[in-house]
Write a protein that binds this ligand. Sequence first.
Ligand code: F6P
Length: 372
Amino acid sequence: MTDSRPRRIGLLTGGGDCPGLNAVIRGFTRTARGRWGATVIGIEDGFEGLLEGRMRELDYQEVAGLVGEGGTMLGTTNKGDPWHYPVRGDDGTVTIHDVSARAMARIREAALDALVVVGGDGSMHIAQRFVELGVPVVGVPKTIDNDLSATDTTFGFDTAVSIVSEAIDRLTTTASSHHRVMVIEVMGRYAGWIALAGGMAGGADTILIPEIPFRWDAVYRHVRHRAMRGRRFSIVCVAEGAKLPEGGEVLKGIDRRRTDAKQLGGIGAVVARRIEEGTGLETRVTVLGHLQRGGTPTAYDRILATRFGVAAAQAACRGASGVMVALRGTGIVEVPIVESIATLRTVPPDHPWVDAARAVGTRFGDEVAHEP
Ligand code: F6P
């Protein structure tokens, strides 16, 4: 009987980088090689590198010391979707093309038996399209935004939350010294998980997230109420995807080379200006930006990423396809990739974290009257 298990597996990291990617690469490479005798082909810069045939074999030593290293040693991009591929013409204009046939040709040329895709929502959509073309694919859920369905959490989220929490600690001392309102804008795309968890951990007074529509009067009232009670400073943690009461998200740009062209950003400045106008209190804004994605992963993310890498190697080497490794409770399971992309995992407004935050006095800008 011939052994049909994959012997040559391509591994790529796609989308925005995230702390823990290198721990996945290490966990995957060592398990696939050490336990299964497979050859691991590291693909550079996500799907773009696949299309350009930029790949190399990863050995045991090359992935040494990676468990705590931020970023991804393979590189990544969020502009390499083969079904939405930007091509720049001689006149500088960018047009979008379907170059999936080229990607399939590269997979055949490189003699890859399977593909392992470490990525978020966008990468899992692409992974699923390869599955539909007959490529055996295993997914690994990555994103600081924590917005992938079918897994309890993604690695990178814990690190981002820790960074937000520390930033709020720092902002609180200067806010308190100067009797100011500090607005902190955090990432998360269309989900408020980072603002909710980071805001709770840092003890933010107000948290504004996309899932809970807020009103200006409620935001001002809480800031004023604190000032009247002698707390002449406030911390307002706002998710980049929160929607203004007068309508819509705040965008810093549109990039048509990406599958999701919207670039969120700028709501912090709007909220700060409105609070200063509405309360008369001096207000400053901090945009945490890519600090939330850079640097070393927390211990929790290192362990989760390592477990995901090991589980993905076991799944791919066994011959599994169309599945993503996922955390359920304390165990790692395999779920259909389609389940992970069916809906974006946003914060349920009645989530227990929201309830706990409200119980300790945190406001979400939707309160109708002030409670003590
Ligand atoms: O999805 C991760 C994320 O950091 C989002 O929170 C954010 O909106 C986006 O990526 C930023 O993307 P870029 O690095 O391309 O500016």
